[in-house]
Design a protein around this ligand. Structure first.
Ligand code: HEM
Length: 461
């Protein structure tokens, strides 16, 4: 007889969907706690297995990665992202990855560092002392500016709100597009489906407009878009406008919402942990001595890096990673049937006391100890294997530089009584936003642009 993993019973037809919908990451965590490192459940018509053992996760993401495709979750994302890096598969994905990868080489990153700091220095000037800010919105605005500037050389400050609104609409409605049964819902003439299409059309218009301008001017601006336009594969083939649109929109989406959420949760966690916050501000002041940060400062901003790492541990922006089994797949004594979905949740693994003692504690100092014997795949905010986040190094750099630049001038206090709750859409947002009061730390923050140079970027193991 074939051994079956423990099963979480659900309702007929919908399975555990009602409980899952209430608070997905916490529901997954409860299941892992109650049933162990592997648990089977049904989400609507789909058989799903939650896998929470780091070694098994490594096997799925790395060792046996060719046994899997992306889960239905991302297959459905093609409605918006077409055949971009996030959603494509197989040989086509490998070709696109080869073409896009050079935009994330180390020498490129060095150039992005100063653009990141400059954009942040401008944004921090737009705040006033005592003002109530929604840090969810502010961080989104900031990282949208960064991705636009670093990847598309565009100064979208004036368009940022409009693009941001369209993206937000797309993301919220996109959540629905990704749910079980959505193939049918999508065909209905619902107002929400029309709003989704309208927002998508607006984004398309903006991106095709930028592509057309670039093709007409033939100018190489040295940014990602220019690289996409110029990129040639070994057979000299280039990308169509549609393919460039898919990659550009993918990077636009994947490249700002995740980082924005990580930063928002970092400000929240700092506000709740004053003694940790003091260490963070001390480091920023000591290392930078009043000037704006540069790429060279990164190795010395270790505690700041720990703050970012710890925020992503407790609130991983990509709270779940999914794969679909192409064939029956063995895990321990079990056989996972072909076509099942395997879910791996950074939220669940990152809060496991076996790997992180006192897991609910926000403790950036835990990242100072290198060489611990924690399994590598117990910390997976960026996934792993051939589908690992292409922007991982970009994101570490951005997280540290943005935190340090903002912290030079501001600290933030949570507005008393503001309800803090997660909203697990594609990324882990705050359900009610994050209302905080800005307090000025230094009345004379530096205003000059930083220069960049060539030191290596440190990333926690
Ligand atoms: C804190 C920030 C970020 C987090 C937590 C994050 C997380 C992730 C994760 C977990 C994956 C893998 C998904 C899977 O295996 O199914 C991924 C893929 C990806 N990310 Fe990120 N990401 C971040 C920032 C960025 C940035 C800044 C960019 C681009 C500028 C980016 C672009 C992408 C792309 C294109 C992929 C698909 C890669 C492929 O399949 O080849 N991400 N990201």
């Amino acid at each position: 007889m074939v051994a079956r993993p423990p099963q979480r019973k659900g309702f007929p037809i919908v399975g555990v969907l009602p409980q899952f919908r209430k608070n997905p990451p916490v529901f997954l965590q409860t299941m892992a706690r109650e049933h162990g490192d592997i648990v089977h459940y049904r989400l609507g018509p789909q058989d799903v297995y939650l896998v929470s053992n780091p070694d098994w996760i490594k096997d799925i993401l790395v060792t046996n990665q060719t046994n899997f495709t992306k889960s239905r979750f991302l297959e459905r994302a093609k409605v918006l992202l077409g055949e971009g890096l996030l959603t494509s598969e197989g040989e086509f994905h490998r070709r696109q990855r080869r073409l896009v990868q050079p935009a994330f080489h180390r020498d490129r990153l060095i150039g992005y560092a100063s653009a990141m700091v400059e954009t942040t220095a401008q944004t921090r000037e737009s705040w006033t002392g005592g003002a109530q800010l929604d840090m969810a919105r502010e961080m989104m605005r900031l990282t949208l500016g960064v991705v636009a500037k670093t990847l598309f050389s565009a100064d979208v400050a004036s368009d940022a709100d409009e693009i941001g609104n369209a993206l937000t609409q797309v993301m919220v409605l996109f959540d629905m597009v990704l749910m079980p049964f959505s193939e049918w819902i999508e065909k209905l003439p619902l107002p929400s489906i029309r709003r989704f299409e309208k927002a998508r059309d607006f984004l398309d218009k903006t991106i095709y407009g930028i592509i057309a301008e670039r093709r007409a001017s033939k100018e190489d601006k040295g940014d990602l878009l220019s690289m996409l336009l110029l990129a040639q594969d070994e057979d000299n083939s280039t990308m169509s406008d549609k393919q460039i649109r898919d990659e550009a929109l993918t990077l636009f989406l994947a490249g700002h919402e995740t980082t924005a959420n990580a930063l928002m949760w970092a400000w929240y966690l700092l506000s709740q942990n004053p003694s940790v916050a003091e260490k963070f501000y001390d480091e920023v002041d000591r290392v930078l001595e009043g000037r704006l940060p540069t790429f060279d400062d990164l190795p010395r901003l270790k505690f700041t890096e720990g703050v970012f790492a710890e925020s992503m541990r407790l609130y991983p922006p990509a709270w779940v990673i999914g794969r679909r089994a192409k064939a029956d797949y063995p895990i321990a004594q079990y056989t996972i049937p072909k076509k099942s979905i395997l879910m791996m949740s950074p939220w669940v693994v990152h809060r496991d006391p076996r790997w992180f003692p006192e897991p609910e504690q926000f403790n950036p100092a835990r990242w100072a100890f290198q060489g611990d014997n924690r399994p590598k795949f117990s910390y997976i905010p960026f996934g792993g294997g051939m589908r690992v986040c292409i922007g991982e190094r970009f994101a570490w750099m951005e997280g540290v530089l943005l935190l340090a630049t903002v912290a030079q001038a501001w600290r933030f206090k949570l507005v008393p009584g503001h309800p803090v709750a997660t909203a697990a859409l594609i990324t882990l947002r705050a359900k009610h936003g994050m209302k905080m009061v800005a307090e000025r730390r230094n009345s004379n923050p530096p205003a000059t642009s930083p220069s960049s140079s060539t030191q290596s970027l440190q990333v926690p193991a």
